[in-house]
Design a protein around this ligand. Structure first.
Ligand code: BGC
Length: 250
């Protein structure tokens, strides 16, 4: 089944058509910068443009960088606060003209990595962490997603982890890879202490540069760490796959 996946991020909104059986993108990605301020109206307009561009009919999977429950967005750390409490599934399905499934961005990436990528066949507890504008997290236990984990807001020395160890902070503060990796390691060690995971998967745009930071992490964290294999496409693929399941449950 071909479905449309759209990934709403703090800096860009990206979409592509996906073959939900193989997890492969069957078109190039269309990326439009996230409007500022990223209000529901402005973001919805961009989603409508992306859907129109692909002339897609049928379900669309859409990621959102915040807590999502029954299609409603309940937090929005890196988008406009007007999203809090919005019936996102309703406004986004009006924008695309068909049904949509809305899912947290890191959870979508976790689903994609668990089904098609770095955590395929992994057993036990997999913790996927996305390092981007914010920090997202997904928990998969024997392949089953436990949604809305939000570990990017875990306090590290009194401050949200995403304000110490996201990719945005590395760039804004011009931190060396070594220094920044040290902050990421403190965060991962805290997760290790609380969750005893079997595997960490590091995703988000940063996973393309895994060689720059993984060596610094591996020496400080005892749980095995692998980079996400679907890179920036994981959110699109995970959302598209989820949308395919709404009409054709397994
Ligand atoms: C949000 C999460 C999201 C992450 C990555 C955090 O600020 O609270 O829901 O997954 O950013 O976008």
């Amino acid at each position: 089944m071909i479905t449309l996946g759209i990934d709403i991020g703090g800096t860009g909104i990206k979409g592509a058509l996906v073959d939900a059986e193989s997890g492969q993108l069957i078109t190039g990605r269309l990326r439009i910068p996230t409007p500022k301020p990223a209000t529901p109206g402005a973001v919805t307009d961009v989603v409508a443009d992306i859907a129109k561009n692909f002339r897609h009919t049928g379900p669309t999977g859409i990621t959102f960088p915040g807590v999502v429950k029954q299609g409603r967005t309940l937090s929005a750390a890196n988008l406009d606060p007007q999203w809090v409490g919005t019936d996102a599934a309703k406004v986004l399905s009006l924008a695309t003209g068909d049904s949509v499934v809305v899912v947290n961005d890191a959870d979508a990436a976790g689903l994609a990595e668990g089904r098609f990528g770095a955590a395929r066949d992994a057993r036990g507890l997999v913790v996927l962490i996305t390092l981007g504008t914010g920090i997202g997290s997904a928990l998969l236990y024997n392949g089953t997603l436990i949604p809305n984990s939000e570990f990017g807001h875990l306090k590290i020395r009194g401050k949200d982890a995403e304000l110490r160890a996201s990719e945005r902070i590395r760039e804004e503060k011009d931190l060396s890879w070594k220094k920044w990796s040290g902050q990421v390691a403190v965060f991962l060690r805290e997760l290790e202490r609380l969750l005893s995971p079997d595997l960490f998967v590091i995703g988000g745009g940063i996973s393309k540069k895994a060689d720059k930071f993984l060596p610094h992490l591996a020496s400080r964290v005892s749980v095995p760490i692998v980079p996400a294999s679907m890179k920036n496409e994981a959110g699109i693929v995970g959302a598209a796959w989820l949308a395919s399941q709404t009409r054709c449950p397994e």
